[in-house]
Design a protein around this ligand. Structure first.
Ligand SMILES: [Zn+2]
Length: 96
C-alpha cells in the first residue's frame, strides 16, 4: 500500500515538474501512472521548456518575435523589420 501511495506521489511530482516546464500536467500524471514515475520523470527531464526558449531563431541566433520581424507581403516568409529587401523573394520592402 505504501508503494502505491509513493508511486502516486511521485506521479504528482512529475506532473508538477512538467507543469513548471509549460507542459500539460494531467497528461504527464497519467503517463507516469501508466509507465512509471521514473520513465515519466526521465522524459520530462529530456523535454525542452515551452515558452520563450522555444522561440524560433534566425541564422544569427537571435529570437524571432513580432518586435524584430515582419511577414513579407509577397512570400509570407519572416524577414527582419528593418530590411529593405526580402531575402527570400527579393521583393522591395518598406522598413518599419
Ligand atoms: Zn518575400
Amino acid at each position: 500500500m505504501e508503494i502505491l501511495i509513493g508511486w502516486v506521489a511521485l506521479c504528482f511530482a512529475v506532473a508538477a515538474w512538467a507543469h513548471s516546464k509549460g507542459r500539460f500536467a494531467f497528461g504527464w500524471f497519467i503517463i507516469s501512472l501508466m509507465l512509471s514515475p521514473l520513465v515519466g520523470g526521465v522524459i520530462v527531464a529530456a523535454l525542452p521548456k515551452v515558452g520563450k526558449a522555444a522561440l524560433p531563431r534566425d541564422e544569427a541566433g537571435q529570437p524571432i518575435t513580432d518586435q524584430t520581424h515582419v511577414r513579407c507581403p509577397d512570400c509570407r516568409e519572416l524577414v527582419r523589420r528593418d530590411a529593405r529587401k526580402c531575402k527570400h523573394c527579393n521583393t522591395a520592402l518598406v522598413p518599419q
